[in-house]
Ligand binder design. Structure first.
Ligand code: ADP
Ligand code: MG
Length: 560
């Protein structure tokens, strides 16, 4: 058997183009070839299960090996293999079915992912790092002959008789000069770890030594010996592929440790599992937040059938949940298309709102089941919830029932509970309920104290998100305004204790006021002599709430 021919493609030589445009991301050749090998193994298993393959299945295995001297990387599998005809069909033609379209569009492509998926260049990504690619393969089909395919990166290929004696395929890459960095054990290990850590078929890369028990010595102490075993780089059944009922808390925590070795335990997690109208599994963790939010973003890993794709999950995960950690696996997310397409994709939209709903449901469940523990976690969860409430109407609809407000005494209230608590006493002249809050309990302590004396409650609103949350509450709550505890409104509220003991006469009060007003003559501030009770501050300087917010906004530049 011997055949020479041309890869059917309508352009002279596409490989220089591939190399040039895919260069930045060339490590994904390994992801593509290893996932093809995994697919081949999965396919033979399926054929066996369907009774269409009766032969020996063997232990499914994909092996990656490196020959530094020969400058080759080989990806071998014991999958279903290919006949010479299948090579012609799947490798020579199909891979380039979109080639003319490719040539037309390659100029706009921003990264390798985009091209690889769109034009079915999976296998051909090998040419990003190799100047000669060889396939040695033996099909599972009865009477199949081993076949060999060689291509040097031009459009010419050669098919000859192959050398494989067992079912499966070897892809042998003769690494080119520019890609010699890949001829390193550590480099390959790193890439395999990145993309293949959770592939469903064992991936072997070399061997490693371990110790195993080896009887007892003369004194009866257990002995061990060193043995060489296959170095399997992956876990084939990561927890997101299992049913939640099979898993214990420890399993979730262990997996978290595996993903983020140096992190504190997460607060809780959500197991995602849906197969209609799209397919998606995963586990999302609520981390304990650190101050440096930026460092904690983009920690969710996106997989497609257990192949790692990216940790850029923007658009798939709602913005307010970008601080979550964990994994999402979906074959239905279009991985290889541009950002704008992703945003418009209806599956992505559905997935986004599914995740929002799941998170809201989980929080509601935690709240209902164990309010005390929910309250303990609120400092961490509160940030997500408030952000979600502000940014996602659908989330707000659900979260308004479990969002908490915390007062200076450390008590927590739902929005409804809080309304009930303050509505009678904290009402202004217009009949609006006034929620008082502090942005800095230490600085505003004297105001908090005097509000407390009057029987008012003060909320703590001291996180960066609270500025926006306050605005949101005012928009959503009927006839409710929020005023900082040191604003000029406090004294306009109805007081619980009407019998105030005046220590100054009205005349004295007026005099004092004038003195202070002169001393503090800044626009926007109001001076009030409120020495009505013997144990209160004699004078307060307040500012109108609206004026203050404007000033604060100007200081922050209006951003978030
Ligand atoms: P895709 O994986 O998206 O189908 P590829 O370009 O990666 O596209 O591969 C093209 C085809 O070549 C595969 O669909 C498969 O039929 C065949 N193929 C590639 N690698 C192997 C392999 N290791 N074993 C068997 N068939 C393979
Ligand atoms: Mg492929």
């Amino acid at each position: 058997m011997q055949e020479k021919g041309n890869i059917s493609i309508h352009t002279e030589n596409i490989f220089p183009i591939i190399k040039k445009f895919l260069y930045s991301d060339n490590e994904i050749f390994l992801r593509e070839l290893v996932s093809n090998a995994v697919d081949a193994v999965q396919k033979i298993k399926r054929l066996a299960a369907l009774g269409q393959y009766q032969g020996e299945l063997g232990s499914p295995l994909v092996e990656v090996s490196l020959d530094e001297e020969k400058k080759t990387i080989t990806i071998s599998d014991n999958g279903l293999g290919m006949t010479a005809d299948e090579i012609k069909k799947y490798i020579n033609q199909v891979a380039f079915s979109g080639a003319s379209e490719f040539v037309e569009k390659f100029k706009d492509a921003k990264d390798a992912n985009e091209i690889i998926g769109k034009f079915g260049l999976g296998f051909y990504s090998a040419f990003m790092v190799a100047d000669l690619v060889e396939i040695q393969t033996l099909s599972y089909q009865e009477g199949a002959e081993p076949a060999r395919w060689v291509c040097d990166g031009s459009t010419e290929f050669e098919i000859t008789e192959g050398a494989r004696s067992t079912r499966g395929t070897d892809i042998i890459l003769h690494i080119n000069k520019d890609a010699e960095e890949f001829l390193s054990k550590y480099k390959l290990e790193e890439i395999l770890d990145k993309y293949g850590k959770f592939l469903p078929v064992p991936i072997k890369f070399g061997t490693k030594t371990t110790t195993e028990p080896d009887g007892e010595d003369e004194e009866g102490k257990p002995k061990t010996r060193q043995i060489e075993v296959d170095n399997i780089i992956n876990t084939t059944n990561p927890i997101w592929t299992k049913a939640p009922t099979e898993l214990k808390d420890e399993d979730y925590l262990d997996f978290y440790k595996q993903l983020y070795p140096f992190s504190e335990d997460p607060l809780f997690w959500i197991h995602l599992n849906v197969d209609y109208p799209f397919n998606l599994t995963g586990v999302l963790y609520f981390p304990k937040l650190k101050n440096d939010f930026e460092m904690q973003r983009n920690k969710i890993k996106l997989f497609s059938r257990q192949v790692f794709i990216t940790d850029e999950v923007k658009d798939i995960v709602p913005e307010f949940l970008m601080l979550l950690h964990g994994v999402i696996d979906s074959p239905d997310i279009p991985l290889n298309v541009s950002r704008s397409f992703l945003q418009a994709d209806s599956n992505v939209k559905k997935i986004n709102s599914y995740i929002t709903k799941k998170v809201a449901d989980k929080l509601q469940e935690l709240f209902n089941k164990d309010r005390k523990s929910f309250e303990e976690k609120w400092t961490d969860i509160g940030l997500f919830v408030k952000y979600g409430i502000i940014s996602e109407e659908k989330f707000n609809d659900k979260a308004k029932d479990f969002a908490l407000l915390t007062n200076t005494a450390g008590e927590n209230f739902t929005l409804n509970e809080y309304h009930e608590k303050v509505k009678d006493l904290q009402t202004d002249k217009n009949g609006s309920v006034v929620y008082l809050y502090t942005t800095d309990a230490a600085k505003q302590d004297s105001f908090i104290q005097s509000a407390g004396k009057k029987g008012y409650d003060v909320l703590v609103m001291d996180s960066p998100i609270d500025n926006h949350f306050i605005n949101h509450l005012e928009q959503k709550l009927e006839k409710t305004v929020l005023k900082r505890v040191d604003s000029s409104v406090v004294d306009q509220l109805i007081e619980k204790d009407e019998q105030n003991e005046h220590v100054l006469t009205e005349e004295q009060t007026e005099k004092a006021k004038q003195v202070f007003e002169k001393a503090i003559s800044k626009p926007g501030y109001q001076v009030e002599v409120v020495a009505l009770h013997p144990d209160e501050m004699p004078v307060t300087v307040t500012m109108d709430e609206f004026m203050r917010r404007m000033k604060d906004m100007a200081k922050m530049g209006g951003g978030m």
